[in-house]
Design a protein around this ligand. Sequence first.
Ligand code: PGA
Length: 223
Amino acid sequence: TLADLQGMKAGTLRLAVVTTAKYFIPHLLGDFLRHYPMIDVDFKVGNRQQIIDRLGAGEDDFYVFSHPPQEQELALHQFVPNPLVAIAPQDHPLAGEGELTLEAFARQPFLMRELGSGTRHAIERHLERAGVDLNVRMTVESNEAIKHSVMAGLGVSILSQHTLAFGGSQGLATLSVSGLPINTQWFLACLPGKQLSVVARTFLDYVEQEGRAKLMADTEIDR
Ligand code: PGA
């Protein structure tokens, strides 16, 4: 039977993902591992630069990026949307107003991810194209710490909407700002020369046949 065949797929799936992907990849793995109980997972998390550094060693089956490195040749499988949205504390005066201009938003004290972050890379590129400068008050090395700093009234930020899913938006408001969200996409990436293991191939097939649609339904991400 199909169940017998699934039960025979055994081994380790090695994933290395950027910090924002840790909010949704586990939900995908839950369903996948129920299908394949003999597969176990090695799950590494780092910022974009740290995950790019791991590409060099080539020990992982897949890398999850929304901004894959340009310099490196990669096989990319487009995954789900990753909108980057403006957040403020729930009771912030701007939260009640209509759409803000990007300039008005950018005058607020801003909490920015660290150098090497893909989120930061996307924000900087977007604002540079718009010709708008941010008023950076604090550099923070974690999405969670940014969310708590925003809740505490230290400023506003732009983060992946995935960081707010599954109950993660408590104490925060999403602001409507012209030119936002920044629309990016998630990619599953692998090294083009590397032969996929049976386990890795099984995961990729699962994502393409079922996982992507299930995740889109579960995360309630705008698209
Ligand atoms: P990061 O990842 O900000 O944690 O580096 C997000 C991304 O690469 O889009």
